[in-house]
Design a protein around this ligand. Structure first.
Ligand SMILES: [Zn+2]
Length: 302
C-alpha cells in the first residue's frame, strides 16, 4: 500500500492540507466500482499542485494520496452529517456527486468494512495532521490551517446555479479568530478575476470545524474552489498550468498572506489567545485535537 499522504514540513505558522486530491484506490476496492466510480470524477483535481509553492515559503503542505471514494477524510467518523437537512455524501461514499452509484450492485461496504477503512485510512491521516498542528502551535503559539479543496462548478445535488470561484468557509466565524477571517477576506477579495463568497454553500467541512479552535490558537479556514477557475471540467481533468497560472499565482498570494501572519497578525493573535485562554497542557491538546489513539505513521518526504 502506498503511503497515505505526502508531507513537506516547514516551520512557518501555516499548514495547507489537501485531503481530496488523492487518486489511489486499492485494487480490491477498485474492482468493485462501477465505471463511474472508477473515473473518480469527484476528486479535488490537482489541488496539491496548485499549492506546490507552499514548502518553498517555509510552510507545511500535507496531501492525501488515496481517493475520497475509499474514505472521505473530511467527514465525521461518527457519521454526523456536515450539513443537517442537506444532501451529504458518506465517509465511505456510495454515490458520486452526480448521483451515480460508485459500487456495482451488492458491492457497497457494510458497517464492518467501513469501520476497518476508518481505522486503516482515516485515523492515521488525522493523527498525523493533528501532530503537525501541535508542532506548529508549539513553535509559534498558534497555527493557521488552510484546508484546500475544489469541486465541479455545477452540482445540483448540493447547490443551485454555478458555484462562485472562491468559497471561503469558517463555520460562520467559529473556526478562526475574527482578525484571521477579516484578513483572509481582504487577501481573497483584493482581485477582480475570481468571484468570492464567504460562508455560502460551503462553510467548512469536518476538518475545518474539528481543528478550528481559535481560543486555543488554531485558526482553520476552508477554501473551496470551483473547477472553472482553473480546469476544463469534463474528464479527463488535465491540469493546464498556463490556464491555472492565474489561480496558482493567486493561491501564492493567499499563502503569503497566511505565512506572513507572523508579521502583522502575530502579536494581535497572541494577545487574543493570552487574553482568552490559558495555554492548555500538551495532554489536553492531544485529547481535544485527535480522536485517534494510534501512533502517527512515519510520514514521507516531500
Ligand atoms: Zn474537497
Amino acid at each position: 500500500m502506498p503511503e497515505l499522504w505526502k508531507l513537506a514540513r516547514g516551520d512557518a505558522p501555516l499548514i495547507v492540507n489537501v485531503p481530496h486530491c488523492g487518486t489511489h484506490v486499492p485494487d480490491a476496492i477498485l474492482d468493485r466500482f462501477t465505471p463511474q466510480g472508477q473515473a473518480l470524477f469527484d476528486t479535488d483535481w490537482h489541488v496539491d499542485k496548485l499549492y506546490d509553492f507552499v514548502p518553498a515559503m517555509g510552510a507545511t503542505l500535507m496531501a492525501a494520496t488515496h481517493s475520497r471514494y475509499v474514505t472521505d477524510l473530511n467527514r465525521d467518523p461518527d457519521g454526523r452529517a456536515l450539513y443537517p437537512g442537506a444532501d451529504n455524501t458518506e465517509i465511505c461514499p456510495t454515490s458520486t456527486f452526480a448521483e451515480q452509484p460508485i459500487y456495482r450492485q451488492g458491492e457497497a461496504p457494510g458497517t464492518e468494512e467501513i469501520g476497518a477503512r476508518i481505522a486503516t485510512y482515516w485515523r492515521p491521516y488525522h493523527a498525523a495532521l493533528a501532530a503537525e498542528i501541535a508542532r506548529i502551535r508549539s513553535l509559534h503559539g498558534y497555527c493557521i490551517l488552510l484546508d484546500g479543496h475544489s469541486i465541479v462548478s455545477i452540482a445540483p445535488r448540493f447547490f443551485s446555479g454555478v458555484l462562485p470561484d472562491l468559497n471561503l468557509g469558517t463555520a460562520e466565524g467559529a473556526s478562526c479568530g475574527p482578525l484571521v477571517q477579516a484578513s483572509a477576506i481582504r487577501a481573497l477579495s483584493g482581485q477582480s478575476r475570481f468571484s468570492l463568497v464567504v460562508n455560502g454553500r460551503f462553510k467548512g467541512g469536518y476538518i475545518t470545524r474539528h481543528y478550528g479552535r481559535p481560543e486555543q490558537g488554531v485558526h482553520a479556514l476552508q477554501l473551496e474552489m470551483g473547477w472553472r477557475a482553473y480546469l476544463d471540467e469534463a474528464a479527463p481533468q488535465v491540469l493546464d498550468r498556463s490556464r491555472a497560472a492565474a489561480l496558482i499565482d493567486f493561491d501564492r498570494r493567499v499563502g503569503n498572506w497566511a505565512g506572513n501572519c507572523s508579521g502583522t497578525l502575530r502579536e494581535p493573535i497572541k494577545n487574543a489567545i493570552v487574553r482568552a485562554w490559558p495555554p492548555p497542557s500538551t495532554k489536553s491538546i492531544s485529547r481535544d485535537w485527535c480522536t485517534s489513539t494510534s501512533a502517527p505513521r512515519k510520514p514521507t518526504g516531500a
